[in-house]
Design a protein around this ligand. Structure first.
Ligand SMILES: [Zn+2]
Ligand SMILES: [Zn+2]
Length: 237
């Protein structure tokens, strides 16, 4: 296991120790219960007019984009409010690799309303393979799911969905290779016969992971599936 990387500069660490209530992006003083200032939260890039199925910007401004109408994904709704680039990439990297949980708290405090009015029975994080979890010691999707569960009062289930194949990293792989990599990677063994589930991840890129998970859920009788994440990678990224 590699050592944990710290990205704060020494000056930032000292100022945080002296005054922990500083915006984690721009370091201006903020209310003790906040994590980021209003300006930084408002300036995070948001997906404009997202398609309710694939989460990508939809120029037609219809609820569902043409490509989802032609080839609907396996899930019914996707909620991924932020665009995955620059500042959001840095924040999510801090959450994922530096275990900076307050990043998820800060973002979800600001974004929780986006996930309301989508009633599902249960939230399930995208699982890590046990070996990967042991190496990393932390599953950022599970932490995001736990925070959302508290905000939205929806039960959390970390056990029904398992990753049974230690897949290679998906980044840099073609869509075809991503799909092959994920074949038989997940096992769904529900603790209860759920009918509506939201699957939670930090970032949605190609959607291959979610497609593979939804296949398993559908086989087990889940009728309504939602995909919720913090951010959506745009195709050109
Ligand atoms: Zn700020
Ligand atoms: Zn779409």
């Amino acid at each position: 296991m590699s050592g944990r990387r710290i990205y704060f500069k020494p000056g930032q660490i000292i100022s945080r120790l002296l005054n922990p209530a500083l915006c984690l992006c721009c370091d201006i003083p903020i209310n003790a219960e906040d994590f980021m200032c209003e300006d930084c939260l408002e300036s995070l890039p948001r997906v404009g007019h997202p398609c309710s199925c694939c989460g990508l910007p939809n120029a037609s401004r219809a609820e569902v984009c043409a490509s989802c109408l032609l080839k609907p994904p396996r899930w019914h709704n996707m909620i991924a409010p932020l665009i995955y680039r620059a500042e959001t990439r840095r924040l999510i990297h801090d959450l994922k690799f530096n275990e900076q949980l307050y990043v998820a708290n800060a973002l979800l405090q600001h974004l929780a309303h986006c996930y309301r009015d989508h009633p599902v029975e249960v939230l399930m994080p995208v699982p890590l393979h046990p070996t990967r979890l042991l190496e990393r010691g932390f599953n950022q999707s599970a932490e995001i799911a736990a925070i959302l569960s508290r905000h939205l009062h929806i039960p959390l289930d970390r056990h029904s969905l398992k990753r049974i194949k230690a897949t290679d990293s998906q980044s840099g792989l073609s869509l075809n290779k991503r799909r092959k990599n994920l074949l038989k990677a997940f096992q769904y063994d529900p603790q209860e016969p759920y009918r509506s589930v939201a699957i939670i991840d930090d970032v949605i890129t190609s959607g291959s992971t979610m497609t593979e998970i939804c296949k398993q859920l559908q086989k087990a009788g889940v009728k309504h599936m939602e995909v919720w994440s913090l951010a959506r990678a745009l195709k050109q990224d």
